[in-house]
Design a protein around this ligand. Structure first.
Ligand code: T1G
Length: 697
């Protein structure tokens, strides 16, 4: 059954794309479109053709799932459909409702005229998938709209609304409504074209022009190279758009085809496409049906007006949900509200928020010294000091006041959510909502499902995560959940590397060059080395088997907590967050090496990256194996949205897949024979998949 319907409206043929949810141009839909065009071409009674989608979607583009599979080149291909449109002797009108993206917009560009519904979104977003428009978009768009606008649209991948499209010349007509009225408008437009004797108008016959082309593209190339480190697609896009200006159409198409093939087979694109689907998988929970009823969340209360509590309150205010910030001390509340105000003011000053929106959001945030307002809240989140006794006390108070059905959430970053749940009268209403600092910026939200957490509480919290524009990822209960548990193993290796001869700057440098936003030592100086110190002290009691280098303790014993004390792994000039290597730290590390009898050795960047990345992947495998994470792509999303992992590497599990699990296992076995080798225990899941030649994802 083809997913395109063909119908006649008088002398007009209508081809309706019907492949929900986004009219992805998979093989079936392509076959339906081609059949419709051929039928219209040979029907003498047909004088023009309208191609239309649904009110929501003209088309979201090629079916990304087909890439790197035979289906993507199964005939009819999108290129063949476009060639048929180029050969059509009758005008074809694309009627765009909702959005036309990627191959969907390229299909519309190959049609001869375009009419769009109000605010329809038009984009060539392929660059976000590490590729480029591969069906003529880089050759047609610069011929239809100003070259600079075309380059900007393709290199950014950002959509333009149909109103802007009309101004640019991308859209010929704006319908005054969407849905069935769009069809009526499109039919009327097609009739008018016939009446005016307008035949097919092929963009391929137009010319792309730009003044001082050589200079324009030289500047574009320089700017793009600076902005796209690690991502090859943007520079390839500049090459293709330059070909649209400097070469005949068919030559330009050849350039586009070659550059597309190069990119679509590259690791960066596969990583970005993995991330596209991984993000959409996170909300799928095997035992929670998509239609599970959720509890309404109209008001929130947050206990603790510190950095986290304030950031969380902003998340609710940003989503239009009132939040009451509660703290025992007035000065804490004042400081918390002042920090929120400053944060918003900073965004306003950067032009990313209107003053009136800031004012609206500030009115949504109230402050209270007592717990009275907890009784009106639909969710109460505790964000107090990371100590079990403190949290137990706070949860008990919340439990005694919150209304029945309210969700009791804890922002703990490592503590046992089941233990916290067991301390209240309604463990089924308790859940972990682990925000990442700064909470109003970081997209990651680890949703920690307790053994007793009710299904609707989990479903409600996952939906709330979406409302707060977070990437909500389910974690089971364990020390550190997903992200921090893996981070412990990563930091453990980073500290061992210091013992063996590396320096904070050589380790941070190697990892940042590899693509991490920030290396471990810069990160800990920012977060506060005393936080890690607390965790190590607690772990020494609870899990004496967890071996650390003591070098970090030596640093903390000297009060070198990081930026907040002006000295940490690096030193900092007053008012400047730039980490400066500090000889005192190198002396401290050298003294520690003497203490433990280690002769330092030179350590190559490659070993630093392997030891740190494979530590992440190996622990990630254990987390998946234990069912703490639902799937490998969730683990990837945790690192891609919460830990500055480079998207073009796809996440720790995806990266291990690209290295090859057998190679990762062999390296881990090699590390097991080296310094502190006992801390390397290959994950049984890794060993099993490696032996079977399989991958995590
Ligand atoms: N291919 C395959 N599946 C897709 C898809 C696509 N292009 N777009 C969406 N889906 C799935 C998605 O995984 C989800 O699946 C469901 O549809 C709803 O998506 C030749 C080579 C269009 C703005 O990059 O940006 O054309 O989770 O939740 O919020 O030059 O989807 O339900 O199983 O995101 O309404 C270029 C990608 C492709 C657009 C709609 N196109 N899609 O947002 O729905 S490459 C894109 C989006 C290409 C040509 C090149 C968004 C959307 P599931 P959703 P939405």
């Amino acid at each position: 059954m083809s997913s395109a319907d063909y119908s006649l409206q008088g002398r007009l043929a209508v081809i309706t794309l019907n492949n929900p949810p986004v009219n992805g141009l998979g093989h079936e839909l392509r076959s339906g479109i081609m059949a419709g065009l051929e039928q219209a071409a040979k029907d003498g009674a047909v004088k023009a053709v309208v191609v239309i989608g649904s009110a929501k979607a003209f088309s979201g583009g090629a079916d990304i799932r087909e890439f790197n599979t035979p289906k993507s080149s199964a005939t009819p291909t999108l290129h063949q459909i476009i060639a048929t449109l180029d050969a059509m002797q009758k005008p074809v009108v694309a009627a765009i409702g909702g959005f036309a993206m990627g191959g969907g917009l390229e299909l519309a560009l190959a049609c001869h005229y375009r009419i769009a519904a109000p605010r329809a979104q038009l984009a060539l977003p392929e660059v976000k998938l590490g590729i480029l428009p591969g069906a003529g978009g880089t050759q047609r768009l610069p011929r239809l709209i100003p070259v600079a606008d075309a380059l900007r649209m393709i290199a950014s991948g950002e959509p333009v609304p149909s109103e802007k499209g009309k101004t640019l010349g991308l859209v010929d007509e704006l319908a005054d409504a969407a849905g069935s009225d769009l069809l009526a408008a499109a039919l009327a437009y097609a009739d008018r074209l016939i009446a005016e004797g307008k035949g097919p108008r092929r963009i391929r016959d137009m010319t792309a022009r730009v003044d001082n082309a050589a200079q324009f593209f030289e500047r574009a190339r320089a700017e793009t190279a600076k902005a796209s480190r690690g991502y090859p697609a943007p520079l390839e896009i500049v090459t293709c758009v330059e070909a649209a200006v400097s070469k005949p159409f068919d030559e330009g198409i050849k350039v586009e085809r070659a550059r597309f093939e190069h990119l679509v087979n590259g690791t960066e694109s596969k990583a970005l496409r993995h991330m596209f689907f991984a993000e959409r998988q996170t909300s799928k929970i095997p035992d929670i049906p998509e239609d599970t009823p959720v509890r309404p969340i109209k008001r929130s209360a947050i206990i603790g007006a510190g950095t986290m509590g304030g950031g969380i309150a902003m998340c609710f205010a940003n989503a239009g949900i009132p939040a009451t910030l509660i703290d025992a001390k007035q000065e804490a509340l004042d400081r918390g509200l002042e920090t929120i105000r400053k944060n918003y003011a900073g965004t306003v000053s950067k032009g990313r928020l209107k003053q009136e929106d800031m004012d609206k959001r500030m009115t949504l945030i109230s402050a209270a010294l007592d717990y009275a307002s907890v009784k009106d809240a639909d969710i109460v989140i505790e964000a107090v000091f990371e100590r079990m006794d403190v949290k137990l006390e706070v949860l008990k108070r919340i439990d005694s006041i919150a209304r029945p059905g309210a969700i009791l959430a804890t922002n703990t970053s490592t503590l046992d959510v089941d233990k916290l749940a067991a301390s209240v009268s309604r463990p089924q209403d308790v859940i972990g909502t682990h925000f990442f600092s700064p909470a109003n910026v970081m997209r990651l939200l680890e949703v920690v499902r307790g053994a007793k957490t009710a299904k609707d509480v989990l479903a409600t919290t996952m939906k709330l995560g979406k409302t707060l524009r977070k990437v909500a990822i389910v974690s089971g209960v364990c020390d550190g959940f997903i992200g921090n548990r893996m981070l412990e193993k990563y930091v453990q290796q980073a500290l061992f590397l210091l013992d063996e001869g590396a320096t904070p700057q050589s380790i941070d440098g190697a990892l940042q060059k590899w693509g991490l936003a920030m290396g471990p030592f810069t990160m800990y100086d920012m977060a506060g080395n005393d936080i890690g110190w607390e965790v190590r002290k607690r772990r020494a009691l609870e899990r004496p088997d967890f071996v650390y280098s003591k070098v970090a303790d030596r640093l903390c014993e000297q009060g070198r907590y990081g930026q907040k004390t002006g000295r940490g792994w690096y030193r900092y000039e007053p008012g400047n967050r730039k980490p400066i290597p500090d000889p005192e730290v190198e002396q401290l590390i050298a003294a520690y090496r003497k203490e433990i009898g280690i002769a330092p050795r030179a350590i190559a960047d490659e070993e630093i990256v392997e030891r740190c990345m494979y530590a992440l992947a190996n622990e990630g495998a254990n987390i998946i194996d234990e069912g703490i994470a639902l799937r490998a792509s969730d683990v990837d999303m945790v690192y891609l949205t919460g830990y500055g992992f480079p998207p073009y590497r796809g996440g720790p599990m995806f990266y291990a897949d690209t290295v090859g699990l057998a190679n990762v296992l062999a390296a881990i076995e090699r590390f097991g024979k080296g310094y502190q080798g006992g801390t390397w225990k290959p994950s049984p899941l890794l060993a099993k998949l490696a032996a079977a030649g399989k991958t995590f994802n």
